[in-house]
Design a protein around this ligand. Structure first.
Ligand SMILES: NC(=O)c1ccc[n+]([C@@H]2O[C@H](COP(=O)([O-])OP(=O)(O)OC[C@H]3O[C@@H](n4cnc5c(N)ncnc54)[C@H](O)[C@@H]3O)[C@@H](O)[C@H]2O)c1
Length: 257
């Protein structure tokens, strides 16, 4: 058996304790990359990082806190040159503009914007600043930031007002960020997943999950986290992917409810 090679690249994955982030961290580690798994769920990322082996580390990180993100980025650069940040952390919120209980709770709206939008921008700005310090490769590329939007950015359902607002803004940040950072060899891409089988989706009411499953086209099932991870790995390695929001949804277009 050959000796384990030292990884040439490191990646920071946020939201790595669960769902799409956990699958991404697993996939990247299995491809030989060094990975920092960051999440507010410290125990879960510590356990997963241990499973993934010597080139993985865990970081307790709240995406809305500057020092947490800076520390997690530093951990990644200590493992190997940082080549990408995959930002999967997010929260699903539900609530109508006006429900039987009255108008949408303003704090609940702010929370969705804070974690899903401000958190994404916080990671984007700090990741970009770190990537700009990396030695460029033969074509001048330093690295890539992959954000996670959602198909709810484009066809938000009734009850998704706060989530759609945040994910729509994440999608809108991609092009201006890619335009600005291009001259430094930093790419910015967002994935807009359809409906994937993760703890976030499992937490949705049964009727909602059944209705979403019925709206799938082909394949007639929910996406698997591994399929998201595989796609993100490709994004990290295909430099023509830049400045776009890429749907990964099996032709699904969510209906009003
Ligand atoms: N699952 C889907 O169908 C789906 C569809 C479209 C978009 N998305 C988006 O994909 C991303 C991942 O979703 P998932 O389904 O894997 O969800 P998930 O709930 O399984 O995982 C999300 C992770 O983010 C972490 N997190 C939440 N707030 C955080 C914070 N402030 N700081 C750090 N970590 C935090 C959670 O602890 C959790 O581990 C989210 O941004 C979600 O909005 C998911």
């Amino acid at each position: 058996m050959s000796a384990t090679k030292e990884p040439q690249r490191s990646y920071l994955v946020t939201g790595a304790a669960s769902g799409l982030g956990a699958a991404t961290a697993r996939y990247f580690a299995s491809e030989g990359a060094a990975v920092v798994l960051a999440d507010v769920q410290e125990e879960a990322v510590t356990e997963l990082a241990e499973q993934l082996g010597a080139h993985s580390r865990a970081a307790r990180m709240d995406v809305t806190v500057e020092s947490d993100v800076v520390d997690a980025l530093k951990k990644a650069t200590e493992l190997a040159p940082l080549r990408g940040v995959i930002h999967c952390a997010g929260i699903l919120t539900a609530g109508r503009v006006v429900s039987k209980q009255g108008p949408h709770d303003l704090e609940a709206f702010r929370k969705s914007i804070d974690v899903n939008l401000i958190g994404s921008f916080n990671v984007l700005r700090l990741a970009a600043a770190e990537l700009m310090q990396v030695e460029p490769d033969h074509e001048g590329e330093r690295g890539v930031v992959v954000l996670t939007s959602s198909v709810a950015a484009f066809e938000g359902q009734i009850g998704q007002i706060a989530y759609s607002a945040a994910k729509g803004a994440v999608a809108s940040m991609v092009l201006p960020a890619a335009r600005e950072l291009g001259k430094f060899g930093v790419r910015v891409v967002a994935v807009a997943p359809g409906v994937f089988e993760t703890p976030m989706m499992q937490a949705a009411p049964e009727a909602v999950r059944e209705s979403l499953l019925a709206q799938t086209v082909f394949p007639h099932r929910l996406g698997k986290p591994h399929e998201f991870a595989q796609f993100v790995w490709h994004i990290c390695h295909n430099r023509m992917l830049n400045g776009s929001v890429l749907r990964l949804d099996g032709a699904m277009r969510m209906q009003a409810k």
